[in-house]
Design a protein around this ligand. Structure first.
Ligand code: SF4
Length: 290
């Protein structure tokens, strides 16, 4: 499938948010070429007339994102002293198109010019974040999250489709830590495979700690209808035991067992759980509903 790239002009670029870790979010792209099977953000297609099934095949590039950001951050700083910003929440800010358009870099450059003091948090799966290490070092309060759900590259390739392999992300984590950048790992979603094979949790946490990161954010698998539609495509070719554990994954009993496994492993590896909770979205639905 050839990636479709659409250049568009956005009306605004800084949006307020209810996510607990930020006051405002910036998403320079709509769509994500990493095409993860479990991607919650795939609903974003509805804002640009794309179907859920086409997620991963298109990116809408907000070509005026940096100009807009420059204007909007100026206004924002007049109202609020350096609020917490998150880049990006519904796309990957360092997917392949970033190397051509450099919108994420443009936003960081603007923040450096403004001597931004508030928390600037970036979440990515891409080694391309290393291109901007010097900008991140200049910011007073920047952090980078690497999204890593498993260290099993075979599983990662099946579920994360076009994203850089987990092993490459762990290497980025190590290099960011060596560069003095504050880091965390987003273990999301918690793959139901871990329920069947708890050693996968220990492997992942051991690698995270070994890369020099001590804080993780963890989220249960979120399965509203649009995520189920994509996951069903992946599950069709999986063994029955995997299909069954995905079906169970929205139950409270399942979450309790997995949470106990996670907390035991966190203690064993000396990792801190962000917010001291495993995030669960109540709107998640079971694969077997409907
Ligand atoms: S990298 Fe993030 S935004 Fe992109 S497809 Fe994967 S989960 Fe979705």
């Amino acid at each position: 499938m050839v990636l479709e790239i659409h250049e568009v002009e956005a009306k605004t670029i800084i949006s307020s948010t209810k996510v607990p870790s930020a006051d405002f979010v910036i998403n320079p792209y709509t769509g994500c070429q990493f095409a993860c099977s479990y991607c919650f953000a795939s609903f974003m297609g509805r804002f640009v007339g794309e179907s859920i099934s086409n997620w991963g095949n298109y990116v809408y590039v907000k070509t005026n994102a940096v100009d807009l950001f420059e204007k909007e951050v100026h206004r924002l700083l007049k109202k609020k002293p350096h609020p917490r910003l998150s880049i990006s929440t519904v796309t990957d800010p360092y997917q392949g198109v970033e190397r051509k358009y450099r919108l994420t870099r443009g936003v960081l450059e603007a923040l450096v010019r403004h001597k931004y003091r508030g928390r600037v948090s970036i979440l990515t799966k891409s080694p391309a974040v290393m291109d901007d290490v010097s900008l991140l070092q200049e910011l007073e309060n920047a952090e980078v999250g690497l999204s890593i759900a498993t260290t099993d590259d075979v599983l990662s390739r099946k579920l994360d489709m076009m994203a850089p392999l987990a092993s490459a992300r762990l290497d980025v984590l190590r290099r960011l830590n060596e560069a003095g950048i504050r880091t965390y790992v987003f273990v999301g979603p918690l793959l139901p495979h871990m329920h069947l094979r708890p050693y996968l949790i220990d492997q992942l946490f051991s690698e995270i700690k070994g890369a020099g990161t001590s804080e993780i954010k963890v989220e249960f698998l979120n399965m509203p209808r649009h995520v189920r539609a994509r996951l069903n495509g992946y599950l069709m070719d999986e063994p029955v035991e995997i299909q069954e554990v995905y079906s169970k994954s929205q139950n409270a009993d399942y979450r309790k067992i997995l949470e106990d496994q996670i907390r035991t492993s966190l203690d064993a590896h000396g990792l801190k759980l962000r917010f001291d909770e495993i995030v669960h979205h109540a709107e998640a639905q079971s694969l077997v509903e409907d």
